[in-house]
Design a protein around this ligand. Structure first.
Ligand SMILES: N[C@@H](CCC(=O)N[C@@H](CS)C(=O)NCC(=O)O)C(=O)O
Length: 215
């Protein structure tokens, strides 16, 4: 049987996406924790796995993959027999990717650990200003996604099937709550998140359920 190893960190929203994708696809894996607070992502050993020094990385047998969205799409293509993360025709897949990319390209990179660290360590921002930066970008980004899903949502972000859009949305909302962002102004996003939270794949991928979780 293929050994599958996910290198991640309980609180990393990018690793959270891949846990969700693996769970939804019904694929077995074990996890190796890379402690971002201890800087383990920069250890020589880990840079051999992901030269970017970021989590996640996934070893699928001998195949080593990086970048959460590339990993999710790889899983969907390599294991097409189980739940499809990108179902439908070209237009539907483009709509799914538009939401996934709005999170992964337009919100997350501005609020990554290394960016927030740079603001405080190199630009001398205090914690309050750093958090205001975080909240500014996440509020702008999620506000736009609320408008996007108002037109596309059924039970989930795009219709009634769980897709890559949901896989990106849930970790981003979790991240927003960590920074005390009030999400009640996005009722469609809150409703979708509540529906997804009922699914076993989402429950077991939650950061609080991971072996390296620290409360
Ligand atoms: N675009 C990348 C982003 C990966 C990323 O930024 N991971 C964060 C955790 S969510 C990380 O490893 N940060 C470590 C650091 O900033 O030093 C992906 O989707 O995989």
């Amino acid at each position: 049987m293929t050994e599958r190893v996910l290198y991640g960190y309980f609180r990393s929203s990018a690793a959270y996406r891949v846990r969700l994708a693996l769970n939804l696809k019904g694929l077995d894996y074990r996890q190796e924790a890379v402690n971002l607070l201890k800087g383990e992502q920069q250890a020589q050993h880990y840079l051999g796995i992901n030269p970017q020094g970021l989590v996640p990385a996934l070893a699928d047998g001998p195949i080593v993959l990086t970048q959460s969205l590339a990993i999710c799409e790889y899983l969907d293509e390599a294991y097409p027999a189980t739940h499809r993360l990108l179902p439908g025709d070209a237009a539907q897949r483009a709509a799914i990717r538009a939401i996934a990319l709005a999170v992964a390209c337009d919100i997350h990179p501005l609020n990554n650990t290394r960016v927030l660290k740079y603001l405080t360590a190199e630009l001398s921002l205090d914690d309050e200003s750093r958090d205001a930066w975080y909240r500014h970008w996440v509020t702008k980004g999620l506000g736009v996604i609320e408008r996007m899903v108002e037109g596309s949502a059924g039970r989930y972000a795009i219709g009634n099937s769980v897709t890559l859009a949901d896989v990106c949305l849930v970790p981003q909302l979790f991240n927003a709550w960590r920074f005390n962002v009030d999400t009640s102004r996005w009722p469609t996003l809150e409703r979708i998140d509540a529906a997804l939270a009922e699914l076993p794949a989402f429950r077991s991928a939650h950061p609080s359920q991971q072996a390296d979780f620290v409360g």
